[in-house]
Design a protein around this ligand. Structure first.
Ligand SMILES: [Zn+2]
Length: 74
C-alpha cells in the first residue's frame, strides 16, 4: 500500500502482456482515479485502489499484478 505520496498508481497487465495504469490523484480528502489507457475517470473517496483494480479487470481484462508476475516467474 503506497504511503506518503500525493500521487500513486495501480498497474496491471492484460493477457497480451500490455500494461494498463490507473493513477490515483489526491486533492485534499477527495481522490480521483484516472485510467491512462482509455481516459476513464471517477471520484473515489474510499479505497481508490480497489476501484482502479475493478476498472482494469472489467474493462481491460488486466488482472496480472506486475510485482506478483515478476516473483512467480522465477
Ligand atoms: Zn481504462
Amino acid at each position: 500500500m503506497p504511503q506518503g505520496s500525493s500521487t500513486s498508481k495501480v498497474s496491471r497487465w492484460d493477457h497480451h502482456g500490455r500494461e494498463h495504469v490507473v493513477r490515483v490523484l489526491r486533492a485534499g480528502i477527495q481522490r480521483t482515479i484516472r485510467c491512462d489507457t482509455c481516459g476513464w475517470r471517477r471520484g473515489a473517496q474510499f479505497l481508490p485502489w480497489l476501484k482502479a483494480e475493478e476498472h482494469l479487470a472489467e474493462v481491460h481484462q488486466a488482472t496480472v499484478d506486475p510485482a506478483t508476475a515478476r516473483q512467480s516467474s522465477r
